[in-house]
Design a binder for this molecule. Structure first.
Ligand code: IMP
Ligand code: MG
Length: 191
């Protein structure tokens, strides 16, 4: 065997440190279901999807195209994980909404709910701005570590085990957001 053919090529999408949890096809199917459910719940309403940057960007892009209604989008950026994979407990607003939400039906779109601190803090902030309704949509829900905050999530893609996951917008130290699937990082020390 030549050295070229025997060489094992790994790319970002075939990283051996990743174990696929939800495939691209499965995510597409589930996001389609969530979009149809959101459309059925918001017919005739002034709907705005608020993406929480950066992690929700991939989910938001697919979800909005699965909602067959007039809608607008806006973004907030918050920083809650200052230090690797552990929650610091602090939620800092880095970027606020561009437009008022008074009278609108708001859906806050998150990549993952872990301790629930980020979303409950966002709800406190957005709750005083006169929206007609505020609902929560998250691609992933990691319910196990939620010892701090009880949250009622309206639209959940998948429930995940208490492991660190990446892909489809979710990162580990800034990397892996571009994976088309969601994967568990087998050994976080090898990132
Ligand atoms: P929470 O405030 O603890 O609910 O954390 C929510 C945020 O932490 C998410 O929006 C993610 O940015 C990040 N996060 C939590 N768990 C994971 C994970 O397993 N992988 C990647 N990011 C995560
Ligand atoms: Mg996030």
């Amino acid at each position: 065997m030549s050295s070229i053919t025997s060489k094992i090529e790994t790319t970002e999408f075939t990283d051996p440190n990743l174990e696929i949890l939800f495939s691209e096809d499965l995510i597409r199917e589930r996001v389609g279901e969530l979009g149809r459910q959101i459309a059925a719940d918001h017919a005739g309403e002034d709907l705005v999807l608020v993406g929480v940057l950066k992690g929700s960007c991939v989910f938001l892009a697919d979800l909005m195209r699965a909602i067959d209604l007039p809608l607008s989008i806006d973004f907030m950026a918050v920083s809650s994980y200052k230090d690797g994979t552990k929650s610091s407990g602090d939620v800092e607003i880095l970027k606020d909404l561009s437009n008022p939400i008074r009278g609108k039906c708001v859906i806050v779109v998150e990549d993952i709910v872990d301790t629930g601190l980020t979303l409950s803090r966002l709800l406190e902030i957005l709750g005083s701005r006169g929206a007609k309704s505020i609902r929560l949509a998250t691609l992933l829900d990691k319910p196990e570590p939620r010892i701090k905050k009880e949250l009622s999530i309206d639209y959940t893609g998948f429930v995940v085990p208490n492991r660190f996951v990446v892909g489809y917008g979710l990162d580990a130290a800034g990397r892996y957001r571009n994976l088309p699937f969601v994967a568990v990082v087998k050994d976080p020390d090898k990132i």
